[in-house]
Design a binder for this molecule. Structure first.
Ligand code: PXL
Length: 276
């Protein structure tokens, strides 16, 4: 059975990070080990959230796993609690990866032109170091701009999206998957492969709703599908369709956007796409 480790926080309420990664990766038929980077009462879009940083656990966990001879088919990182964790996560990956392990980095730190509340202007520079060791980086346009020092644009065209994605690849990421790519009247996902210099795009209908946690849902489904043996293009399609289906289901519910999407009801669709 394929086995990955995912490194991100536990937000106890709010359906993001590990509380979505675990069920989604399990549904793809892949085992998910975890390293929790912090425990928060909720994600940081709620007011007055609590946060216990688990920074001091990252390397002891890695050392124990190393002594047990554990290895993983992929390392999938998401929300990290502080800039100080980034060097530790890079060390952990270097220590535990083998020749075939994939390194998948979702630089979960910003959206809609703004950094998340817990991060300062120094954070993107550190996160860029982690993206530099990624086989695949999964930013949204805000994150891609921060990571490359490019001024954010609310609206942009294909040339701008490609410029930012290529800058990020030039910093080290082998492949870049830009999520929520929204230009020239198209909405979807843009993949750039720095080795072949080729692009692939998956275009979707834009659903008129914005929810928290959809980036984590996409990244988790993408990672699970890829590790299960789907091609990168198929993994993008599966993750994009699963995320869209989760949003469609949630549009009719009356819970607030910050509670995330009801991806649980779309899991049968994900499993069906994985088995096709
Ligand atoms: O979904 C990204 C995410 C994960 N974890 C925490 C967050 C956020 C986004 O705000 O606050 C704690």
């Amino acid at each position: 059975m394929k086995k990955i480790v995912t490194i991100q926080d536990i937000s106890c309420v709010g359906k993001c990070s590990l509380t979505v990664a675990l069920p989604i990766i399990s549904a793809t038929g892949v085992e998910a080990a975890i390293i929790p980077t912090a425990v928060l009462s909720t994600h940081t879009m709620f007011k007055n959230f609590t946060c216990k940083d688990l920074d001091d656990q990252i390397l002891p966990i890695a050392n124990h796993w190393k002594s047990e001879g554990l290895s993983f088919d992929a390392f999938y990182t998401g929300y990290l609690a502080s800039a100080a964790q980034i060097d530790k996560v890079i060390r952990l990956i270097e220590d535990l990866k083998n020749d075939k392990s994939l390194v998948i980095v979702d630089p979960a730190m910003a959206d809609n032109g703004k950094l998340y509340p817990a991060f300062d202007e120094n954070f993107p520079k550190e996160m860029a170091k982690l993206c530099a060791v990624a086989d695949i980086a999964l930013p949204n346009i805000t994150e891609a701009c921060y990571l490359t020092g490019t001024p954010y644009r609310e609206t942009y065209d294909e040339a701008f999206a490609k410029e930012v994605v290529e800058k990020l690849a030039a910093q080290g990421a082998k492949k870049v998957v830009l999520t929520g790519a929204n230009f020239d009247g198209h909405y979807g996902v843009l993949l750039y492969d720095s080795e072949t210099k080729e692009y692939y795009s998956y275009v979707q209908e834009k659903i008129d709703a914005a929810y928290h946690g959809t980036g984590d849902i996409f990244s988790s489904a993408f990672t699970g599908a890829l590790v299960r043996g789907k091609s990168i293009e198929d993994s993008i399609r599966i993750a994009a369709e699963f995320t869209a289906e989760s949003i469609r289901i949630t549009k009719d519910s009356d819970s607030g956007a910050w509670y995330g999407v009801d991806f649980e009801l779309a899991l049968p669709h994900l499993i069906q796409m994985i088995n096709e």
